[in-house]
Each structure stands twice: as C-alpha cells, then as structure tokens.
Design a protein around this ligand. Structure first.
Ligand code: HSE
Length: 369
C-alpha cells in the first residue's frame, strides 16, 4: 500500500482537501500518515494508518518514510523542508499547494482536466514534484483552457475579482467583521435615506476602529486593486503569474500573452474573472460555446441572457461546488476576433485542494497502487 503523508491538513485548504478526499473515498487503499508542526504525538484523524498519532512534520526521517507527501502547510514549510528532504536522498512524490516549487524545471503544475497529458509526460519522465497552480490561473483555465488548446488565443486580458479566501482564512474572518461593523450604525439608527446611510457607512470605513489588521484597509464596501507584491514593469506578482503559469501548465511554446489587473473584492471564496480574448481567427460563437461546454464535466456555458447570468454566473451560485461556469460570451465592439467572457470558480476547490487529491489518484493509477 502506498504510504501517503499529509501535512497542513488542519488549515483551510487542508481541511477542504480532507473533506474532498473523504467524499471521494480517497483514503481507501492507502496508508495515510498525518503530520503536524505543532501537535506531534496528538490524536490523528480516524483515517490515520493503524490509528497512529500525529508525526513530526519537521522530522526528515519520518517524512522520508512516505512514498507520497501532500503539503498544504504553505510556502515557508516547503522552503524549509523540501530541499533537505531531497538532499537526504528521498525519491518519493511531493504534491504541494504552495507556489514555492511551481516554476522549477523539475516540477509540473497540476490541473489534470486541462493538462492531463503534461502530467502524464511528467510521470513518464520520472518527475516527482507536482504543484497546484495559482488559483486565478487554474480557474481561468478550467473555464477557457479549451480555447488555448485549440490554438485560438492570440492574447488575453483578465480582470479579476478575487475572494478573501485567496489571501487566507484570517482575511475571510476579517471581511465578515468589517461587514458587521459597517452595518452596525444603520442597525442602531435606522434610516430610509440612502445618502444618510452612505455617510454612516463611509464613516465606519474611514474609522480607525474598523478591524483591518489583516488587510490593512477596508475591503468591505471597497475593492483593492493590488494583490501580492510588486514586480518590475508595474505588474503585481499575482498578475505576473497569469502568463507564466498559463505557459507552464499548458506547455505553450511560444507563450501566449496573458495580462490584466488583479483585484480583491469582498466575496468569501469564489474568484471571478472578466476576460477579453483576441482570437487567432473569427470563430462563430456557437463553435466557441460547444468547445467550452464540452471541455470537461465541470465547465458549463451559461447563456448570455440576464436571468441565466444572474442566477448561474456568480460567486453565490458557485461557492462550495466544483462547477466552473463561463458566460457573457459575445463578440466585442473591437471586431469579430475579440471575444468577451466571464467565469467564476471556487478558489478553495479547483483553485487549491481539488487538483491535489486528483493528482494522488493519477499517481496511484500510474504506479498501479
Ligand atoms: N494568490 C491568490 C489570491 C491565491 O491571493 O487570491 C491563490 O493562488
């Protein structure tokens, strides 16, 4: 039986991963070993092999006893442990949610409904490091990857609406605290006058007492057009990942330009993106819709009408599901080769946990275990 070690399973992405693994019966047929950085020797989840206690996530020997390690512990942990573990001679498979190893030559970015063949080539070449992609890029490719695969994208801009969850659990909690503070004065002094209510809420947003330890600024009632650190040339790192990771995930040579503005909005766990795609040729909307709808079982084309859009193409409709709707498909005023689109996906599922558990499945079938 494959010995599979799990690290960071208690955090937000790790919890979603465990939930999904349970739902899909992924624990049957593997020997699951649970690691901890803070509670070594504590009780492990019921799936733990032989009911064993939590092992030490900092102990290279214990880690090296696993055939596969799945980490949701974060980039710092990967930076600390991965190098020494490999240097110690460990030749197991490392599956990681963090960005640390993504762009390394000997790592594959995993998003199998889109790049299953790249993953298979990696396995055949003996690659042993597999990293989940940036959530925004993964969700964009789940939505419109078929157009890239058909060679139909000359370039693309993506304007994002990214949920608080992408920045971590503490940010989600802070967003809700901010929401609570925002409505508090209106609760206390109800008013039917929109301008008066606006003044009250603006006062809260600008008040030093608004909880903003995490974001540093109010996200509630606002949008933050900056995610991650700055890069040379004026992009943010989140924006830089758009082209870098798309190229690597799909193995594009030459690369296709992808760029845009990444924006944090006050949603909880769904990232949305407005896309402008310059097609390599004029393709009919009907053909595009067929291509996208048939790409995989989770991508669904939403008819470009008001009712369908408002009911099916929003974070509210998608949150907590594996659906990746793509809609608002229409040709833009710039010409018949310019396609407008909007897509939504759950940042914690396809954007983080789901590709990891699927990689374990792929690996098991590759190894025949
Ligand atoms: N960097 C993303 C975000 C998280 O801030 O939303 C997922 O890769």
């Amino acid at each position: 039986m494959l010995r599979v070690g799990l690290i960071g399973w208690r955090g937000m992405v790790g919890s979603v991963l465990l939930e999904r693994m349970r739902e899909e019966g992924d624990f049957s047929g593997i020997e699951a070993i649970f690691f901890s950085t803070s509670n070594v020797g504590g009780a492990a989840p019921q799936e733990s092999a032989g009911g064993a206690a939590l092992q030490n996530a900092g102990d290279l020997k214990q880690l090296a006893g696993c055939d596969v390690l799945i980490s949701c512990q974060g980039g710092e942990y990967t930076t600390e442990v991965y190098g020494p573990l490999r240097q110690s001679g460990w030749r197991g498979y490392w599956i990681d949610a963090a960005s640390t190893l993504r762009m390394k030559d000997d790592a594959v970015i995993i998003l199998d409904p889109v790049n299953g063949s790249v993953i298979q080539q990696g396995l055949a070449k003996g690659i042993r490091t597999y990293a989940g992609g940036n959530c925004t890029v993964s969700l964009m490719l789940m939505g419109v990857g078929a157009l890239f695969q058909a060679g139909l994208v000359e370039w693309m801009t993506t304007m994002t609406y990214q949920a608080a969850s992408g920045a971590g659990a503490a940010k989600m909690l802070e967003l809700v605290s901010q929401m609570d503070c925002l409505v508090d004065p209106v609760r206390k002094t109800p008013s039917e006058n929109a301008l008066e209510v606006d003044r009250m809420t603006m006062q809260v947003q600008r008040s030093p007492s608004l909880p903003k330890q995490e974001f540093g600024v109010p996200l509630v009632g606002s949008v933050l057009p900056w995610i991650d650190r700055g890069m040379p040339g004026g992009q943010t790192r989140e924006e830089w990942k758009g082209m870098a990771e798309t190229t690597k995930i799909l193995g594009l040579d030459p690369p296709v330009p992808v760029d845009g503005i990444c924006v944090r909005v006050g949603t909880m766990r769904c990232h949305s993106q407005a896309l402008c795609i310059k097609l390599t040729k004029d393709v009919s909307l009907r053909d595009i819709e067929q291509m996208l709808d048939g790409a995989n079982q989770w991508t669904r084309v939403i008819p470009n009408d008001k009712q369908s859009t408002l009911h099916c193409l929003t974070p509210t409709a998608v949150s907590g599901t594996l659906n990746v709707p793509v809609g608002r498909l229409h040709k833009l005023n710039m010409g018949p080769e310019f396609l407008g689109a909007f897509t939504v996906g759950d940042q914690l599922l396809w954007g983080a946990a789901e590709p990891l558990r699927r990689m374990l499945r792929i690996l098991r079938s590759h190894l025949g275990k």
